[in-house]
Design a protein around this ligand. Sequence first.
Ligand code: ATP
Ligand code: FE
Length: 337
Amino acid sequence: KYILAIESSCDDTSAAVLCNTKVLSNVVATQEIHKQYGGVVPELASRAHQQNIVPVVHQALAKANIDKKQLSAIAFTRGPGLMGSLLVGTSFAKSLALGLDIPLIEVNHMEAHILAHFIEDDAQTTPEFPFLAMTISGGHTQIVKVTDHFNMEVLGETLDDAVGEAFDKSAKLMGLPYPGGPLIDKYAKLGDATAFSFPKPKVDGLNFSFSGLKTSILYFLQRESQKNSDFVAENINDICASVQYTILEILMEKLQMAVDQTGITRIAIGGGVAANSGIRGRLRDAEENLGWQTFIPKFEYCTDNAAMIGIVGYLKFNKGEFTQQNIAAKARYAIGS
Ligand code: ATP
Ligand code: FE
């Protein structure tokens, strides 16, 4: 089966073609326009999707060397995400499916971040059920018990900011451009993680909180900059390493708690922050020291991409789970709903 997948939930326009579980093409157009505003501007994102979607879909088909007449179905991101952005992909997918007279398949973006592990690729292995998935992205931070492709239970999630936001907002406080997550990762590699310490939030159970960390970083930077106006520039590596260390400690503590509660030691991560080299290292350590089996998606399947939408499309196609033309985009769309 050939599935064309479309992803437009936030600020990346992406299209992919899959042949069953294999990715033939996965094209991502990243919107540079938001950089100057220090964050995603929804209205601009929606307009950029409109400009990008036709060329991106054309490129995906061309790279896969597939004619649109060969497609078996169109999968698209229904939500969660920015409404204006979702509308572009949803409308485009609906029209194309109607025009080609092939089935339409709606996909939950967060389930896709988890099911990206089922893409067949030499560079990644697929977890067996049941496993624990930790979704760490720009809008979400969740620990999910996955007993089947479509049987997922959220065990805990963030009460305020997502971990990606914690990275990006901390970076912004240091004067780094958006999105700052990858830059913190880069500078952290050169710094000392024990140089500065930040308090960890006290949150019961498997829930997370990141807004307090952001505030303590703000006060810390203000205080130090008053003493030395070049503090940030002179210590950027150490600050990044310390901030990243604190964030990773929070994530690993909750993972350990989830393992203790469920007895499940297969851990899969997904979402943009799964691209972070620090979390990748910590999970590899856990393999050696704690006997966990850990699963980390290939880099390009971590941040937003249509290939992950395509694999869910394929899995739903096999179950005969198609959707009707009257389907509407959903800005808030919980996992497993
Ligand atoms: P959601 O998936 O919750 O709807 P989103 O789609 O906007 O949110 P993703 O594209 O999955 O989010 O992830 C983007 C986030 O990942 C950004 O916050 C970005 O800073 C972060 N990120 C990407 N690479 C890294 C990295 N190497 N280290 C830390 N954070 C990173
Ligand atoms: Fe995402």
